[in-house]
Design a protein around this ligand. Structure first.
Ligand SMILES: *Cc1c(COP(=O)(O)O)cnc(C)c1O
Length: 432
């Protein structure tokens, strides 16, 4: 354990709950103490003890250009010189909104907020205000930020009324959320037939990336679009991860399905705090001050995040960007898959674009029930072995690896070689 990180973690725990400002960072699922990082550059992170790591967390997605991209850094510096927030309109908000509307097929108007959580909570409030209905539907294993109504986990059965997934969420709130299995269109159809008129919205990650990466089955997203349209249910694609990652226009561009509302975050802010929600004008115009659904933000639209986001989207618009990202990601997937195969480990590297998860599983998961049986102990062993060898992976089996445009082919190949070494001699099961 690097000494300076260990000392900082001891100090952190005295003044920060669990020593971290977001729970997965604490390494609870993989053992050991978290590393504290001093800086990042390109595809690499450097801990406070001076060790270098190839980073596949990339701040959980925002850093699709890598750490400290010079152009983004310059833009943030320039922005800061002119003031970090006005609490009043500025031209950069208009430019970023225009870029988002141009890029994302389902968005005609967009409102900026400060995090993905704020985006999803605002979107479900808007859907409820628009439809005059209360119930919301989410999929088991999908994460939409720490909104009370969206932290609800599934019970068994098709239309199970939710129970709170955490203390602090009132049962009365949880009861308004119905949880269904991901990729199960029949369950959605049955629920809509029975209770369609009570349902304000259905929110889904079009490619699930918070239970590990679980792609939609062919026809699933089309089916969701059809059923929700038929019953007047607002379809919300939570593209906080997939937005600007699977294509400039996100999963909705890739799969050619326009939701009614879309939530965004992560990449959109170029590494600064941001979120956004947008969609059909008819719905978006119900937001105050145009309409009567209230939503506001002191720092929303601040020039720092706007200018970082503008620079990000302009960079991503360059021809060939997503083709290159796809080639880099396919190369890593192939390298990891072959390393696992040669080590005799039944690891399945599931990938959609630059999102992938090495599942310690015998078969491809299609939903949370299938993902949840992954061998998390084996993953923990793999994580620690990779970390010791200079590769920083997500400290949980149920997260994505993020490939960025800053990862070089040499770094990806080295990662696969390191995985080959790490997996060799690892045993399957609890002893791993
Ligand atoms: C990260 C994430 C969120 C929450 O975003 P925060 O900025 O962490 O609040 C919401 N939805 C999805 C799909 C996410 O991956």
């Amino acid at each position: 354990m690097p000494t300076l990180s260990r000392n900082l973690f001891d100090k952190a725990r005295q003044v920060i709950p669990g020593g971290v400002n977001s729970p997965v960072r604490a390494f609870k699922a993989v053992g050991g103490d978290p590393l504290f990082f001093a800086r990042g550059a390109g595809a690499c992170l450097y801990d406070v003890d001076g060790n270098e790591y190839i980073d596949y967390v990339c701040s959980w997605g925002p850093l699709i250009l890598g750490h400290a991209d010079p152009e983004i850094v310059r833009e943030i510096q320039e922005a800061a010189k002119n003031g970090t927030s006005f609490g009043a309109p500025n031209p950069h908000e208009v430019e970023l909104a225009r870029l988002v509307v141009e890029a994302v097929p389902g968005i005609e108007k967009v409102r900026m907020v400060n995090s993905g959580t704020e985006a999803t909570l605002s979107a479900i409030r808007l859907a409820r205000g628009f439809t005059g209905r209360d119930l919301i539907v989410k999929m088991d294993g999908c994460y939409h930020g720490h909104v009370d109504a969206l932290l609800v986990q599934a019970g068994s059965g098709v239309a199970t009324l939710g129970i709170p997934g955490t203390p602090g969420v009132p049962a009365r709130v949880a009861e308004q959320t119905i949880v269904l299995p991901y990729n199960d269109l029949d369950a959605v159809a049955r629920l809509a037939t029975e209770r369609g008129r009570e349902i304000a919205c259905l929110i889904v990650e079009p490619v699930a990336a918070n239970m590990g990466v679980v792609p939609p089955k062919p026809g699933y997203l089309e089916g969701l679009r059809e059923i929700t349209a038929k019953h007047g249910i607002v379809l919300i694609f939570d593209e906080v991860i997939t937005g600007f990652r699977l294509a400039l226009g996100g999963a909705q561009e890739k799969y050619r399905i326009n939701p009614d509302l879309t939530t965004l975050g992560k990449i959109l802010g170029g590494g600064l705090p941001i979120g956004a929600y947008g969609g059909r004008e008819e719905i978006m115009d119900r937001i105050a001050p145009e309409g009567n659904v209230y939503q506001a933000g002191t720092l929303a639209g601040n020039p720092l995040a706007m200018r970082a986001g503008i620079t990000m989207l302009k960079r991503l618009r360059a021809p060939g960007t997503y083709e290159r990202l796809e080639a880099l990601s396919a190369r890593l997937q192939a390298g990891l898959q072959s390393a696992a195969q040669d080590a005799g480990m039944p690891v399945r590297v599931i990938r959609v674009g630059s999102l992938m998860t090495a599942f310690f599983l015998g078969r491809d998961p299609v939903d949370w029930a299938g993902a949840a049986v992954a061998d998390t102990k084996a993953y923990a062993g793999y994580f620690r072995r990779m970390l010791e060898r200079g590769v920083y992976l997500a400290p949980s089996q149920f997260e994505a690896m993020f490939v960025s445009l800053a990862h070089s082919e040499a770094q990806l190949d080295r990662t696969a070689e390191i995985a080959r070494d790490a997996l060799k001699g690892m045993r399957w099961g609890p002893s791993a």
